[in-house]
Design a protein around this ligand. Structure first.
Ligand code: PGA
Length: 253
């Protein structure tokens, strides 16, 4: 059965010492509280803090994810970080296709597919983000947009490869805006994604894939979102920068 996952996407926040403090605060809470069964906690700090975070993770109960990866294997790509580098640092997960990458850095579904391939070749689990922008929702196109993102980003994979993937539905209009999708709005897209997976890969595999919700998820709304049958956890931005809030969300199952 699929895992419950709560992943913290720190984005471009925290200095080195702030990152150190935040991880320590999370670890302190993990010592005091037991996570609900089958709940995986993942911390995705900026690249420079990955090593420190994996060192801490070895003594704690969370896993580590990167926020991005190159779509190329290696070579003259100044400023890029490859999947092989992440693998060599024992990184478990990597976010791909976040809406901020799509909007500000021109990432397309083809880029997402190439990055997913790189990660899978190096044994790292991709957390693949999909989601519509406000104009698309207002035009009633959310199902169509998400379908295209899922198909073009993932449907080249074999069933065994797909089993390694986590999907995050993040309506762009809800990210960092304080405007959360209602549980009904989120559940209907999650069910849609799962049915796309079932049609292509079969029901059994579709039921094994964790689909996370992201977009202004916080302690006050996590419980009702996570109670939806097709919502398997959250990708948390702003609220993951406060250990108390992040842990309260992780305890919401
Ligand atoms: P938010 O970000 O929780 O701050 O809305 C979520 C995300 O972008 O992953």
């Amino acid at each position: 059965m699929r895992k419950h996952i709560v992943a913290g996407n720190w984005k471009m926040n925290c200095t080195f010492s702030e990152a150190d403090d935040l991880i320590n605060a999370i670890m302190e809470q993990l010592e005091q509280k037991e996570l609900p069964r089958d709940t995986q906690l993942i911390v995705c700090p900026p690249f420079p803090y990955l090593e420190m975070t994996t060192d801490y993770a070895n003594d704690s109960y969370f896993m580590v994810g990167a926020q991005n990866v190159s779509d190329q294997e290696k070579g003259a790509y100044t400023g890029e970080v490859s999947a092989a580098m992440l693998e060599s640092m024992e990184i478990d997960y990597c976010i791909v296709g976040h809406s901020e990458r799509r909007a500000y850095y021109g990432e397309t579904n083809a880029t997402v597919a190439a990055k997913v391939n790189q990660l899978l070749q190096h044994g790292i689990k991709p957390i693949v983000c999909v989601g519509e922008v406000l104009e698309e929702r207002e035009a009633g196109k959310q199902f169509e947009v998400v379908k295209k993102q899922v198909e073009q980003g993932l449907f080249h994979l074999s069933a065994d490869q797909l089993r390694e993937v986590v999907i995050a539905y993040e309506p762009v209009w809800a990210i960092g805006t304080g405007k959360t999708a209602t549980p009904d709005q989120a559940q209907e897209i999650h069910a849609h994604i799962r049915s796309l997976l079932a049609t292509k890969y079969g029901k059994e595999i579709a039921n094994d894939i964790s689909i996370l919700y992201g977009g202004s998820c916080k302690p006050s709304n996590a419980k009702e979102l996570f109670a939806c049958p097709d919502i398997d956890g959250g990708l948390i931005g702003g609220a993951s920068l406060k250990a108390d809030d992040f842990m309260a969300i992780a305890m919401a199952f």
